[in-house]
Design a binder for this molecule. Structure first.
Ligand code: AMP
Length: 156
């Protein structure tokens, strides 16, 4: 367990160094400008530079995690605490009642910036905001039971 923690810290340090140069790392350090809407010691939120709709906001941890699975519990808690408040603020400011909360992990999953971020994307009408392809399949009952067990067993 102790070795795992050590390894995790070493990996986190390496990631921090590798990610220092992402555009969001630079925004956190004040090297790039942004239209800031919120900041605390662990979280920063600002407007997306290419919005899908008015009020499209990005919420990022200051910790240099690339994807959700790499994020510490502390930063996850800080993000979770503030996300509902930010969603309420975006809704109040834009008047859009509906919105998507989007978080992409990995290039193949449409992540362009290698610093974890949530999108809050107002959906004011069917033309603006997020459009989603949703190629759903039918869940196979036996395979699902085995897979659910496998995932549950992998939770650490
Ligand atoms: P994703 O595809 O989830 O990685 O989304 C990255 C988002 O970051 C895109 O919506 C971009 O428009 C946005 N973005 C990239 N550079 C900046 C920047 N300098 N300021 C604000 N948003 C940015």
């Amino acid at each position: 367990m102790r070795d795992n923690k050590k390894l995790w810290k070493v990996e986190a340090r390496a990631r921090n160094a590798a990610m220092a140069d992402t555009v969001f790392g630079r925004i956190i350090r004040g090297e790039f400008p942004c239209h800031k809407v919120y900041e605390d010691d662990k979280v920063l939120a600002f407007l997306d530079i290419n919005p899908l709709s008015d009020g499209h906001t990005l919420v990022i941890p200051k910790e240099a995690a690339e994807t959700m699975d790499q994020l510490s519990d502390e930063s996850a808690a800080a993000l979770g605490r503030v996300l509902p408040r930010l969603c309420r603020a975006v809704i109040a400011a834009t008047g859009a009642r509906e919105y998507n909360l989007l978080q992409n992990n990995g290039r193949g999953a449409h992540q362009a910036v290698a610093h974890l971020h949530f999108h809050i994307i107002p959906k004011p009408n069917h033309r603006e905001g997020l459009g989603i392809g949703w190629p759903a399949r039918i869940l196979d009952r036996d395979a699902a039971a085995a897979l659910a067990k496998k995932i549950a067993a992998a939770i650490k």
